[in-house]
Design a protein around this ligand. Structure first.
Ligand code: HEM
Length: 530
């Protein structure tokens, strides 16, 4: 009976899918917009791959990229919506910077009522995003990065101490990197000491568990993701959200309790949450005038120009953004969730490439030894390591942790020098991992070659996007790069590394939808240097 009902439901879904998709195959043709030809069978195949999770995110993005080979941009009939894919670096540059105001939003839902934690910088739209971005721009100024440096070295020391406490053992470095960045973000965001690596030895940590659950895809979450993707309105109607209620409640309560404690005791801390609390207090006095943030900005204008570049708050709606406790929780949460997975992915692939390329490892160690010969490890010492910088940039080129970027067109846009119009409401895809690995943009892309970045300014604009580009680029880019560099320096000061036989080589990518990982993990042998 159960099999019969399942087969019947499956057949109904396939029939509905067939009827729906066969009607829209001509969508871009009718719009006179270049498009990638497809068929119902092709879409059905993609649907099966999606439901059974057969492909890694990079492979999915590569399929999209290849389907428009030879075109600068094209429409693609998607499983649940149609999208416009941009392959050409000049058009990407226009969309991200020059004509940003046409494409300022991301097509992700914000549902402040059912899902208050969604009211964060990544999802907010229009002038609400502008107002908040302007206020948060000073979070990662050079001065603030300098003051975070101690927290970074303390967290990296915990990791290297952990490694040395396990002599002759190979370690799985995605987990290790995750623990490191969780420690860093918890201390920078709330002034909390998490010591996440203890979790690896079986010590219970609700903070680590809850953070991990944000990205872990079990069948139930995958089903929810399927529903939210394909039945958006219905999911919104029934209040379906991807993040489990107890995970949301945990972070919400955590932030609220810290705020309450600080307010009651008058305690002030030097962390991100305090910055937001101060803004909230200022807002209570001035009604949330974004202009107040300009004063903070002026202090950093020269040194930190890129943080404020192109941020236009002249629009009336963007002049006020009153920060509430919900924004405090939502934005602290997005820092933990957005920052931990991406940074630990970057560190994992950095260790993979360095272990697989002994000459790179040796050159890095020589540079570290030479810089630290007559000085302590410091913010400026790390910044003076030019080869390290090249290695890190190349890791982000070959393995961008975020494989594709999205934008929503907010007003009709005629692509310059063509008759083609991207319409208001169209969703845009920028296939980052494929652009980074296209031989047209980076010759021999499969080769890990840090010398590509000997002159970073010579890289063609629109071909290098690990942190996005333009006013909506990753607000924490410099912090993320610094966190990666500090752990690498600490590791290579003390150790040489090799891929352990426990790692399945050649590596295969996991097929989880959101995250990038290596099947079976990346196991590394750490050998103490003399
Ligand atoms: C290696 C680590 C990281 C990578 C590769 C990365 C990458 C990105 C990318 C590609 C975007 C979208 C940019 C665009 O659409 O143009 C983004 C946005 C964002 N990232 Fe990161 N990120 C990293 C670490 C972090 C960390 C550590 C934090 C927080 C502490 C963070 C917070 C954010 C936020 C809040 C946004 C949304 C910005 C906005 O819409 O205004 N990221 N990141």
């Amino acid at each position: 009976m159960y099999i019969f009902v399942t087969a019947f439901l499956g057949a109904v879904i396939l029939l509905l899918f067939y009827l729906k998709t066969s009607q829209k195959l001509n969508y871009f043709q009718e719009r006179n917009f270049p498009y990638a030809k497809t068929s119902v069978h092709e879409l059905l195949r993609k649907m099966v791959e999606f439901v059974l999770r057969l492909k890694s995110i990079d492979a999915v993005v590569q399929d999209i990229y290849d389907s428009g080979a030879g075109m600068k941009y094209f429409g693609q009939i998607g499983l649940h919506k149609n999208e416009i894919v941009i392959r050409d670096p000049d058009i990407i540059y226009n969309i991200m910077i020059k004509d940003f105001s046409y494409f300022m939003d991301r097509p992700f839902p914000v549902d402040e009522k059912n899902d208050p934690l969604s009211a964060h910088l990544f999802s907010l739209k229009g002038d609400r995003w502008r107002g908040l971005r302007y206020k948060l721009a000073p979070t990662f100024t050079t001065g603030k990065l300098r003051s975070m440096f101690k927290q970074l070295t303390e967290s990296s020391d915990s990791i290297t101490n952990y490694i040395s406490s396990k002599p002759n053992t190979c370690l799985e470095v995605k987990q290790l990197s995750y623990c490191y960045i969780l420690d860093v973000i918890a201390s920078v965001a709330f002034g909390m000491k998490v010591e996440a690596h203890k979790y690896l030895d079986g010590e219970k940590s609700e903070f680590v568990e809850m953070s991990l659950r944000f990205f872990r895809m079990n069948n139930m979450r995958y089903f929810k993701f399927f529903m939210i993707t394909f039945f958006k309105s219905f999911s919104k109607f029934i209040g379906l959200t991807l993040t489990e209620d107890d995970v949301k409640a945990f972070f919400f309560d955590l932030v609220k309790n810290i705020i309450k404690y600080r307010e009651e005791t008058g305690t002030k801390s030097n962390d991100f949450l305090q910055l937001l609390i101060n803004m909230k207090e200022q807002d209570e006095e001035n009604g949330g005038r974004v202009e107040e943030a300009r004063k903070e900005m002026m202090k950093h204008e020269e040194e930190d120009k890129e943080l404020f570049e192109n941020l236009d708050t002249s629009k009336k709606g963007a002049q006020h953004f009153k920060i509430t406790d919900t924004h405090l929780a939502a934005n602290t949460f997005v820092f933990i969730s957005g920052g931990s997975e991406s940074t630990s992915t970057a560190l994992t692939f950095a260790l993979l490439e360095i272990a697989c390329n002994p000459p790179v490892q040796q050159r890095m160690q020589e540079e570290i030894d030479s810089v630290l010969m007559d000085q302590e490890l410091s913010f400026s010492a790390v910044n003076s390591m030019t080869y390290l910088n090249q290695v890190v940039l190349e890791v982000f080129r070959k393995h961008p942790p975020i494989a594709l970027l999205n934008r929503l067109c907010v007003q009709d846009y005629k692509i310059p020098d063509t008759d083609h119009v991207i319409r208001k409401g169209d969703e845009i895809i920028l296939p980052v991992s494929s652009i980074h690995n296209d031989p047209e943009n980076f010759p021999n892309p499969e080769v890990f070659d840090p010398d590509r970045f000997l002159y970073p300014d010579s890289i063609r604009k629109g071909t290098y996007l690990p942190f996005g580009m333009g006013p909506r680029f990753c607000i924490a880019m410099r912090f993320a790069i610094l966190s990666v560099k500090v752990l690498l320096v600490k590791i290579f000061m003390a150790y040489s590394i090799k891929i352990s036989p426990k790692t399945i080589m050649p590596i295969k990518m996991k097929t989880e939808f959101f995250t990038k990982g290596i099947q079976g993990g990346l196991w590394i042998d750490f050998e103490a240097r003399n």
